[in-house]
Design a protein around this ligand. Structure first.
Ligand SMILES: Cc1ncc(COP(=O)(O)O)c(C=O)c1O
Length: 390
C-alpha cells in the first residue's frame, strides 16, 4: 500500500508548487498548500510503466493506442457507469486548452458564456481571452453549502447565452452536484439551447457518502462536451493528457479543427503510458488515497473547530481543496493574504483569485502528508495567538 505519510522532497523536481514560491508569494519559506497537485507518489503501476518506457531509447512522435482508449473507457464504465464510444473522444494535453478549444469551436466572438463563481480562475480567462462575453451566475450559500442559483441561471440563459461552463465537482467550493441539481441545469439548457462544457477533472476525487454523476449519463438531448483527465486523480498533471467527450459529431469536427489550427501535439511517449497505466491499474491506489484524504479532512475540520473557530471550513464533498471562510476575521483581502504569507508562512490561494465572491476566503490544498498539513495549521494558530496578544 502506498505510504501517503512519506515526505518527498519536491524541491529537486522543478515543481511549480515549490519552486514558484518566490515568484508567487514573494518568499521561499512558505509551506506550499496552493496549486492543485499532490505531494504523494503516483501509483506504483504508473511509475513502473514510465520506467519501462524510458528504457526504450527512442522518443519519437507518438500516437494514441487503442489499448489506451480501452483503459479509459473501462474506467468510466466501471467507476461512473458511463458508456463512452472511442469515436466520441478527442485527446488533448490538458483540460484548460480543451475548454479554450471547445469555446472557440462552439461559439462566436461576442457570444455570452455563463460561469459560476467562485470558480477555478481559467474559467474566466477562457471566456475573456477568446473574446466571448462573461455572464456570471454566482453560486449562493444556503444551508451551510454552496448551491446553484437556478432562477438567476435561467435569467442568464434567457439573455441568449450560448455556453455554460460547469465545474463538477466544483473547485474551489468542493460541491459534488446532486443528480437533482444536474437535472435542473439540464432542463434549463434544454429549454434555452445552451451547450454545456462540463469540466469533470475532479470526478474521481469524491469523499464517502457522495457520488459524482457524469453529466453526459443523464441526457441524450442536451449538447454536452465533457472534459476528463487522470491528471488530478492520479497526480500526473505534469504529464498533460486529457479527453474531451462529445456525442455530437459536428461539435467534435469543430473542436478537432481548432486543434488542427493550433498544430499542437496531443501526447508524448510518457503521457500515454502514464494515462493507460493509471486508468488500468490505479483503482486500489485511488481508494487508499481517498481514505487518507478523508481522514485528513476530518482532522483539519476538527482542528479549526477547536483551535480557530473564527475560520469556518466548508465541507468538501469532493476534491482535495478546502474552502476556508475567513470573513469573520474582518481583514481586507490583502491583509488576509499577507497574514497567511508573512505571519503564518503559508502559501494558499486567495479566495479573490476565484472571482469577487471569493473575497474573504482562502483555498487550502490538503493533499500532502498529514503531518505537513497539521504543522501548517499549528503555524496558523501560532500566528493568530501572536496577533491577538499584541
Ligand atoms: C476545475 C479544474 N479544471 C482544470 C484544471 C487544470 O487542468 P489542466 O492542467 O489539465 O489544464 C484544474 C486544476 O486545478 C481544475 O481544478
Amino acid at each position: 500500500m502506498t505510504n501517503f505519510d512519506q515526505i518527498i522532497d519536491r524541491t529537486t523536481s522543478d515543481s511549480v508548487k515549490y519552486d514558484a514560491r518566490k515568484a508567487v508569494f514573494g518568499r521561499e519559506d512558505v509551506t506550499p498548500l496552493w496549486v492543485a497537485d499532490m505531494d504523494f507518489p503516483v501509483p506504483d503501476a504508473v511509475s513502473k510503466a514510465l520506467i519501462e518506457r524510458a528504457k526504450h531509447p527512442v522518443f519519437g512522435y507518438t500516437l494514441h493506442s487503442d489499448s489506451m482508449f480501452e483503459a479509459m473507457q473501462d474506467w468510466f464504465l466501471k467507476r461512473h457507469n458511463w458508456v463512452i464510444a472511442q469515436k466520441e473522444i478527442i485527446m488533448c494535453p490538458g483540460v484548460v486548452p480543451s475548454m479554450h478549444a471547445a469555446i472557440l469551436a462552439l461559439s462566436e466572438p461576442g457570444d455570452k458564456v455563463i460561469v459560476q463563481p467562485p470558480v477555478y480562475p481559467p474559467f474566466f480567462s477562457a471566456v475573456t481571452e477568446t473574446k466571448r462575453e462573461l455572464l456570471l451566475n454566482p453560486l449562493v450559500i444556503k444551508d451551510k453549502q454552496y448551491q446553484i442559483d437556478f432562477d438567476h441561471l435561467e435569467q442568464c440563459a434567457a439573455q441568449g447565452a450560448k455556453l455554460l461552463l460547469l465545474c463538477s465537482p466544483h473547485n474551489p467550493v468542493g460541491r459534488v452536484w446532486l443528480n437533482e441539481e444536474l437535472e435542473k441545469l439540464l432542463d434549463i439548457a434544454r429549454r434555452y439551447d445552451l451547450i454545456i462544457i462540463s469540466d469533470e477533472i475532479h470526478a474521481d476525487l469524491v469523499f464517502p457518502h457522495y457520488q459524482h454523476t457524469a453529466l453526459a449519463t443523464l441526457t441524450d438531448d442536451v449538447s454536452i462536451v465533457s472534459v476528463v483527465s487522470p491528471s488530478k486523480t492520479f497526480n500526473i498533471a505534469g504529464l498533460g493528457l486529457s479527453c474531451l467527450v462529445s456525442k455530437n459529431i459536428e461539435h467534435r469536427k469543430a473542436i478537432k479543427k481548432v486543434f488542427e489550427e493550433w498544430h499542437m501535439s496531443a501526447c508524448n511517449p510518457f503521457s500515454i503510458v502514464a494515462f493507460e497505466a493509471a486508468y488500468r491499474n490505479g483503482a486500489d491506489w485511488l481508494d487508499d488515497l481517498m481514505e487518507y484524504l478523508a481522514q485528513t479532512k476530518l482532522d483539519v475540520e476538527a482542528f479549526f473547530e477547536k483551535n480557530l473557530p473564527a475560520i469556518k471550513v466548508f465541507e468538501a464533498q469532493g476534491t482535495y481543496l478546502l474552502w476556508l471562510d475567513c470573513r469573520s476575521l474582518n481583514m481586507t483581502d490583502s491583509e488576509l493574504k499577507s497574514f497567511f504569507i508573512d505571519k503564518a508562512k503559508l502559501g494558499l490561494n486567495t479566495g479573490l483569485s476565484f472571482g469577487e465572491s471569493g473575497s474573504g476566503f482562502m483555498r487550502l490544498n490538503i493533499a500532502a502528508p498529514r503531518v505537513v498539513i497539521m504543522k501548517a495549521l499549528n503555524d496558523l494558530k501560532l500566528a493568530f495567538d501572536k496577533r491577538t496578544s499584541v
